[in-house]
Ligand binder design. Sequence first.
Ligand code: C2O
Ligand code: CU
Length: 481
Amino acid sequence: MFMRTPDRMILSRRTFLGGTAGSALLAALPSRSAQGVTQGATHDYRLALDTASAPLVGGTYPATDIWAYNGTVPGPEIRVPQGSRLRVAVENKLAEATTVHWHGIRLPNAMDGVPFLTQTPIEPGDSFVYEFDVPDAGSYWYHPHQRSFEQVGRGLYGPLIVEERSPIQVDRDATWVLDDWRLQPNGQISGDFGDFRDIAHGGRIGNTVTVNGRVPDTFAVRQGERLRLRLINAANARIFGLDFAGHHPMVIAIDGQPVEPHAPAGGLVVVAPAMRIDLVLDFMGQPGQRSAVADRFYERGAYHLLDLVYEPEPLRQASLITPIALPSNTMPEPDMAAAETHAITFDGGMMGGLISAMMDHQRVSPQEMMRNNMAWSVNGVVATGHTMEPMLSLRRGQSTILALNNETAWHHPIHLHGHSFRVISRNGRPTAHREWQDTVLMAPRDKVEIAFVADNPGGWMFHCHILEHQAGGMSGVIHVA
Ligand code: C2O
Ligand code: CU
């Protein structure tokens, strides 16, 4: 895979603080939010959006002003059983409008949280109640879909876990919500959201990486322990490629959907923005051992993320040998013989070959796009805030193949709302696992085919999840009726 170096170096807490690293253990998120109240099969949560502050860097470093759900980053974990109903009352105390998108959940269109397409935005001081069933188990997340390049970038996101009816046997279930931030020397977020250089290049890459809202030091484990680790990438633009040196992570789910358990290709667990990877890790090191987890996705941007630290007491001598394959979810299987194929081409960005594109029904040059802070097109159209006419209309129940063609010099994690799809081929070769995903990472010049049954009626966003690319035009609507 061709990897581009980010233009900013990672600051660890050590370099950030000039050598006064703390050593607090990275705390796992609480397994159930205090706000969650179980009521039969409907689970009620309350999310209030407001400004807050968080000790992202920690130690003696000043807290960072953020925007948050219920005052914390990540926002509270929502955890519900598969097949139950989730009801979330959202109250907007911010000074700007918002919506909440439940990324990866196959829900009714009116609950999808896309401003102007599925609902009017939630204005400051207003509330909105989302209510829907959760058909599939897995790791999901929630985030705003209104000016998401800034709202997500300032800290608005949280994990949404749907529990299997019959889970696999593990000793611990932990979530690492990965993010990066562009912090100034005073620890505050740099306000240059929507900068055109970020839009036209690889998006807003930060200089400070956090796990569950903290620059991490260590993560405690025990010899013999089996961990289910849910990785959620909430960053605007950074792609992670985690190397658990000396350990053998097994991938058991991608974007919440079960996959045949397998070791990650090349030993790197790649998690692009908005993607989730569930791992099973069996810790077979010795008590007291420390072992580094590094992020090596970018060629010259590798850095040390944290240390796994073995506690003095082993949990057991030999690892568990119980099965780690997850039970299947409920997506209908696309009928490949009857499937209709539609080509979708992504163009634009720096070092691309875009000559012109349609923007607000007018043919424009790349220079004209740039004057409007736009840089990307999908099938020749630059999506502005007003582009909500469908780029593609599908008949409900139609088995569909989308042949995606990345004509750009950049990576793009492409996300479809309301459905999960199988990734069936990459550059002409069938994929090893026909993975179900809702966000597929395309490398520069990649050709990827995805297949799904268009079974969920409504208008669904189809966009790059590098949030600056989305804002810069790399977005469209697929309509199912
Ligand atoms: Cu996670 Cu359209 O978004
Ligand atoms: Cu992109």
